[in-house]
Design a protein around this ligand. Structure first.
Ligand code: NDP
Length: 449
């Protein structure tokens, strides 16, 4: 394994998040490679870590003061062995090639786990939508799409949202795609309901992560009813995680953004969640305002330079990291264990550092890695593509039922693979192995391409 890591690090020494993602997968699939020397002979590891295509482009746009701004746009088309590239777009100032390659790499195995025919991709820009007017966001999205449109299509590459890309951005991006191509095609998922979107798509990642948590708890004959839950973030994934937790009788007590976190011991209720949704999705304000509105809550600023985050240091039963990568350090993981947390379901992608993952596994937590726990979003994206192809729309109940079934089958596939390779209960190994085998078998069938 050190061989492939050395190879990856030598080729792209600065892409540390990518190294982290590759290292986790390669470590898990070691027994598979040992038992199937044919994969090594076919140079499967080396082929998997090389994107099929990387598109990097200039995105010039004009701000409200008439000043020209220049951002960088990316699309990583990582692997299309089992279907068209599929994966979100992220707009955040931290976006760079290494971060998008890690996300695209993760996406390949996650998509394979969903049972739907989707390859893996990811893209985005270092554009920061925070503080920008709607018109600035629109001009940026239009400029971004004026290049991306030639590389995507319903049978080629189907992007979706991610951090900083929600319903508003997808609308602007889709509008420009349609104009340039002169076709109304299912080229995006997360579309508006009245123009080809699917019911439950906005809810899917958060709901799916809670369904996955319920499946993990069921293996210990427990349910979410009455469980105290820590949730980080306050965007799309966090909001719908909280909504489903409330519906299942749990008590979510925290939320956060990049400035700080709130702790509401009495529980975030449906009414308080409605306030958060308006605050974040309409007024685009900061989570601090929650504590100003509800005196039962305390607000604590987050210091990004500190080695731990106060949000992970409250007494609780379950944790749902739903903000961003590497938000749970080794110290945070120790705090979670110390405070009695027995389950972690990752709504975000790679939110736990390798040290944190080791601590969860060592203490035998029910630990659902993002690849499995947050696959609900892309699963319903796959269902949106199916509905678009059939030119019909399923009901809310139908999509929710399918989402639940997919999360159940991901749980079963990850558990079975972990067991088969002698690591029962290890969902990290199980998810990596199950996704890996499906993708590489398709690559083997298709020859050296
Ligand atoms: P949103 O943009 O809707 O929300 C992101 C939230 O995380 C915001 O509260 C944001 O706070 C916070 N956040 C972002 N970056 C940081 C940071 N560097 N430090 C601290 N807080 C941060 O994104 P989503 O909810 O869609 O995505 C959240 C996570 O879930 C990501 O890891 C994403 O890849 C993953 N995911 C999303 C899917 C989806 O369907 N949307 C599907 C699968 C995974 P602030 O406002 O201050 O930036």
């Amino acid at each position: 394994m050190s061989e492939i890591m050395e190879y990856v690090k030598n080729r792209d020494p600065h892409e540390k998040e990518f190294h982290q993602a590759v290292s986790e997968v390669m470590d898990s699939v070691k027994p598979v490679l040992e038992q199937n020397p044919i994969y090594r002979r076919a140079r499967i590891p080396e082929r998997l870590v090389e994107p099929e295509r990387v598109i990097l482009f200039r995105v010039p746009w004009m701000d409200d003061q008439g000043v020209i701004q220049v951002n960088r746009g990316f699309r990583i088309q990582m692997n299309s062995a089992i279907g068209p590239y599929k994966g979100g777009l992220r707009f955040h100032p931290s976006v760079n090639l290494g971060i998008l390659k890690f996300l695209a790499f993760e996406q390949v195995f996650k998509n394979a786990l969903t049972t739907l025919p989707m390859g893996g991709g990811k893209g985005g820009s270092d554009f920061n939508p925070k503080g920008k007017s709607d018109m600035e966001v629109m001009r940026f999205c239009h400029s971004f799409m004026s290049e991306l449109f030639r590389h995507i299509g319903p049978d080629t590459d189907v992007p979706a949202g991610d951090i900083g890309v929600g319903a508003r951005e997808i609308g602007y991006l889709f509008g420009m795609y349609k104009k340039l191509r002169n076709e109304f095609a299912g080229v995006f998922t997360g579309k508006g309901l009245n123009w080809g979107g699917s019911l439950i798509r906005p809810e899917a990642t958060g709901y799916g992560s809670v369904y996955f948590a319920a499946e993990m708890l069921a293996t210990r004959n427990q349910t979410l009813d009455g469980k105290v839950c820590l949730v980080s973030g306050s965007g799309n994934v966090a909001q719908y995680t909280v909504e489903k937790l409330i519906q299942l009788g749990a008590r979510p007590v925290t939320l956060s953004d990049s400035n700080g976190c709130i702790y509401d011991e009495s529980g975030i209720t449906a009414e308080k969640l409605a306030f958060v949704m308006n605050l974040k999705n309409v007024r685009r304000g900061r989570i601090k305002e929650y504590a100003e509105k509800y005196p039962t809550a305390v607000y604590t600023p987050i210091d990004p330079a500190a080695d731990s985050n106060p949000l992970w240091n409250y007494k609780a039963d379950c944790a749902f990291p739903s903000a961003t990568q590497n938000e749970i350090s080794g110290q945070d993981a120790r705090n979670l264990v110390k405070n009695g947390v027995q389950l972690v379901a990752e709504g975000a992608n790679m939110p736990t550092t390798p040290e944190g993952v080791d601590i969860f596994l060592e203490h035998k937590l029910l630990y659902g890695p993002g690849k499995a726990a947050n696959a609900g979003g892309v699963s319903v994206s796959g269902l949106e593509m199916t509905q678009n192809s059939m030119r019909l729309a399923w009901t809310r109940e139908e999509v929710d039922h399918r989402l639940k079934m997919i999360m159940k089958s991901i749980h079963t596939a990850a558990s079975a693979a972990a067991e088969r390779y002698g690591m029962p209960g290890n969902y990290v190994a199980g998810a990596n192995i199950a996704g890996f085998v499906k993708v590489v078998d398709a690559m083997m069938d298709q020859g050296v391409v």
